[in-house]
Design a binder for this molecule. Sequence first.
Ligand code: SF4
Length: 449
Amino acid sequence: MRVYKKESERLKKVQSIVKSRFSHLGINKKQEITRLLYEISKKESTPPLSIIQDLDLKNFDKIKQCLLKRRYPFAHLNNKNFKVYLPNIKLAYSSALKNPKDIKFYPKRLFIERSASHSNLASRFIKSFRNASVFNIKSLKDYLGNNRNFAIEDYNKRCDTVFITSQIHDLFKRCPCTKNAIGCNYHIFNLSFGCMFECTYCYLQEYTNVPGLIFPANIDRFFKAFNSYKRPGMRIGTGEFSDSLMLDHITEYSLPIVDFFKKYPKITFEFKTKSLNIDNLLKIDHAGNIVVAWSMNPQKIIDENEFFTPSLSKRILGAKQCAEAGYKVSIHFDPVIYFNGWQKGYKKVIELLFNAIKPKHIAWISIGTLRFNPNVKKTIEMRFPGNKILDQELVIGFDNKLRYPYPIRHQVYDFMLKTLSKHSGKMPIYLCMEETSMWRGFKDYLKLP
Ligand code: SF4
C-alpha cells in the first residue's frame, strides 16, 4: 500500500531526526516536535530536515513557536493563544484501510439474537447473503462479554459481521448537540448502529466498540415506546449512528416508519443518507411529514473522503426523485471541508442542487464545518494515512473539539449563506453545532426549522 509506505517512511525520518538532534529533550517535548515536523513535512511535501535547518535547536520554546507558526499560520495570525492537539503519532500497516475505493458490502457472518431468530429481518439478511455463516447468540451483550478486545483493525473489518438484535434500551434521545452551542431541538430515533460507508472524518470510527453493524429486528417496540416519548411538532430521525437508507432494500425500515408516522402528521421524521437506496420510499404513500436528507459535498471531497458512497450527481438525483414523489428533502452541508478551491466547489454544489430541486421542496438546510473529538484525529491518521483533511488547521475549539479557527469558519458560513440566499428564499437554514456568537453574526440569514 503506497500511501502507507510513504507516510511511514516520512515518520521514520522524522523520528530519526528528533532522536539525533533533540536527544536533550524529555519524552513529551520530543513527541511534540515529532508531530509538528511530521505534519509540516506532510502538508508541505517537504523533507523534514529542511524544516529545522535554520533553527536554534537548543531552545525548545523558540523551536516550538516557530514550528507552530509554520504549521498553523492562519490561527497564529488571528489568535496567539490558540490551542492545538499534538499527541503521539502511530502508524501501523495493520490499521490502515486497504483500498478504500474498492469496498464491497457482503458480510461473512450473521449473528442473530435468539429473540430475533424468527424475525423477517433475520430471514431477509440470510436470504440476501447466502454465503454468510449464520450463528444464533443469546444476546449481543452476552457475545461482547466473551469478545471484549476491540481495535482499529476490528473496526476496519466491521462490515464482515452483522448483528440482528432485539433492542430494549436507548430507543430515542434528544440530540446532545455539543457543549456551548446552539441546538436545533432534534430527536434521535436510535435504529441501527454502524455504517458500511467509509468517510475519513466519521466519528463512528473512534466511537464504535462493537465489531459489526447492528440492526434491531423489533421496530414495533420503537413504535410502542414512541407513544410516550412523542412531543407535538418534534423533529426526529434515524441516521445519527448509521446511514438511514444504506441497506433499506434489506432492512425495509422505511416502510413501517413512513406508515407509522401517518398517524402523527404534526411530527416530522427525517431519513438521513448519502445513499440512493430510495426505491421503497418511491413506492409507498406518505403523509407529507417525511423528510429525506442528503449530505452534500463537492465531488472532489467525495472522491477523497467519502469512500463507497454515491456521487454528488446521484445524491442530487435521489433528492429530485423524492421531491417529485412529494417528499420534502433536506440538505446537510456537513461537514463543510476547507480546501484549496472550496468556494468554487461549494458554489457548484449549490447551483447543481437548485437547478434540480425547487426551494419549496426543501424542508431545511444545515451547515456545519468539519469538527471532531481530538481522539478521532489519531484514528483518521492510522486508518487513512494519506488523508488531506488533517493537513488543514484544526485547533481546539469552544467545545474542546478540533475545528477550523473561528475566522475560517466565519468565512465559510458567510460564503455559504450568501450563496444559498440567492436561491433559497425563506426556507429554514441553520448552523449545526456552532457557538452563539457565530449565530449572532448571521442572524439575518438563519432560521431554525
Ligand atoms: S455516511 Fe455518515 S455514518 Fe457513514 S461513514 Fe460516512 S459519516 Fe460515518
